[in-house]
Design a protein around this ligand. Sequence first.
Ligand SMILES: NC(=O)c1ccc[n+]([C@@H]2O[C@H](COP(=O)([O-])OP(=O)(O)OC[C@H]3O[C@@H](n4cnc5c(N)ncnc54)[C@H](O)[C@@H]3O)[C@@H](O)[C@H]2O)c1
Ligand SMILES: O=C(O)[C@H](O)COP(=O)(O)O
Length: 636
Amino acid sequence: MQHVRLGGAALQMPVAASCRRCHMNSWSAVERCYRGVLASTSSTVSTGASLAPVRRVGLRQATRAAASPVVAVAASERPTILVTEKLGEPGIELLQQIGDVDKAYNLTPEQLQEKIATADALIIRSATQVTKEVFQAAGGRLKVVGRAGVGVDNVDLASATDMPPPLCQPSPSTCKQRAPHGCLVVNAPTANTVAAAEHGIALICALSRNVAQADASVKAGKWERTKYVGVSIVGKTLAIMGFGKVGSEVARRGTGLGFANVIAYDPYASEVKAAALGVKLVSWEEALAQGDFFSLHMPQTPQTKGMFNDDAFSKMKKGARVVNVARGGVIDEAALARALDNGQVAQAALDVFSKEPPPPDNPLIGRSDVVCTPHLGASTTEAQEGVALEIAEAVVSALKGELAATAVNAPMVPAEVLAELQPFCQLAQGLGTAAVQLVGSHGFTDIHITYATSRGDDLDTRLLRAMVIKGILEQITTSTVNLVNADLLAKNRGLRIRETFVSAEGKGVLASLKVSLGTSDTKFSAALGTDKRISVAGTVKGTQSYLTRVGTFDVDLSLQGIILLTRQLDKPGVIAAVANVLSKEGVNISYMSVSVTPDNDAVMALGLDQEPPEEVLDQLPSLEGITETCVLAEKL
Ligand SMILES: NC(=O)c1ccc[n+]([C@@H]2O[C@H](COP(=O)([O-])OP(=O)(O)OC[C@H]3O[C@@H](n4cnc5c(N)ncnc54)[C@H](O)[C@@H]3O)[C@@H](O)[C@H]2O)c1
Ligand SMILES: O=C(O)[C@H](O)COP(=O)(O)O
């Protein structure tokens, strides 16, 4: 017998001539199939997103969150590394030390599918779409995709994780149980942060002094000194919308530019971190009302998509200025064009667009009051060298079969721990996702996880804790959370994590799990426990996760799909009135659970088959007896 270390687990397996699962012979075939067993023991787990102005959260989403624990497979021979977008030379040199680098830029989707079958690793930036078809065309050879930058929105992570194995795909005669082979995806999350922040600052300055327009005018032979009078920055308020890595670097620089105030809206940011940078965290409404310049730095998620819409622009000061180096989709582009038309927004500077490159009919690119750059945020020599090195190191270690610290789709966990705790992963992530949805606009400060277990503090909580953090942070950041980075990401955000064990004799490894968040503000007051913290608890019945408690109210319904929570007086007709409003719109109720206190306060939890339209949700609070409502929804 030989011990093989896979993703941190020492597994015993025979150095066999052929694999019992697919009959492939050779050591690597056995290894690959064994890894497939690991991967296939996990199921797709849930996530979604939730943001303060929106009331939706995903409890089950199968793309970015597909958390099958894939591990990198060591390449046996000198690997081929396909690079499809320009990568800094230091990175190329590092890659050449261990493999053959094939630089092939500007490939069509068809050409990429053709070439990918020859590659062990693929390195991309934001322009290469790595689709399901690409992973299928890889035929199992591709071991790692390296994204030289932050955003992995152009990589189909679910397909990467579930990539079919080589040779034994998909012939039932050679492999009866299809085991996902998995392709590791790694990114370079930090090396371009400063470059993006500097570009944001450059656009703020360019906008305030009409640099781009005046340049074009002079080059057109004109000398229009009165036309291009600008506005000063001094004395103005800079509103940072999204106070993460890039946003906080813009804030740091904004103070030095002379802005009188730098404020930030980010419901999940740490007040301590903001205060240390001299930044005041404010609510969405306050930010819109106070900002003169808006610099956008939130990730694009289903919840942030189009959050700068007609309503948002109408709440800004007349003549506000908007800069976007985040993602094009956070702005409703037609709404911005309308706001510019009526002078509500004076000018905008955009590095990113909902579709890139923007088609000629994009309502913003032809305007003289809009400055555009072609997604240049990360494009400095220094950032590209840094990103190239960061990604080359990650790809090299992945190809060597080592742990990749910036793995996007690879929680590493010993097989025996995985097998035991896997049923509780979905619960842990679902509770994290539900809890963060209940947070109000002031964010939260810490996470407290309570495990009811017969193991006491012998329980290995790394995986469950990571899944709770994943459920919370993947709703609100660009980070992809896994076992490797979960604690660090939480720490970096100033989130304290506390774990408590309560005894649950005879109930198996985990009887129940509770997640509570420290906050002064909630969207659903019934979610506040007696300790004035938002708390949700759940359990696993069979293989299914159940929500069993919201605040001090007992509930009992499947923790998936769309959940409508209502708080109400316990009196005849209230439940029927809610059901009536839903049924009129054809919204089916599949589960229901009502919890009542002695003083007639009740919480009802309804599992719905589809998301209720906004008009329906708007009617509910006005029904007699209903005091508050909240939806935990998903978007598949
Ligand atoms: N233009 C470029 O070339 C370029 C370069 C780097 C990053 N980016 C983009 O910039 C954005 C920020 O990147 P980052 O590295 O700072 O990410 P990050 O995850 O460090 O920060 C994102 C922040 O947004 C906050 N947030 C989430 N939802 C929010 C909401 N509804 N309202 C306000 N804040 C919200 C999060 O709490 C987090 O603090 C991302 O979209 C990223 O893709 C663009
Ligand atoms: O997500 C990122 O890192 C930035 O948007 C930069 O993208 P790029 O590498 O294509 O410039």
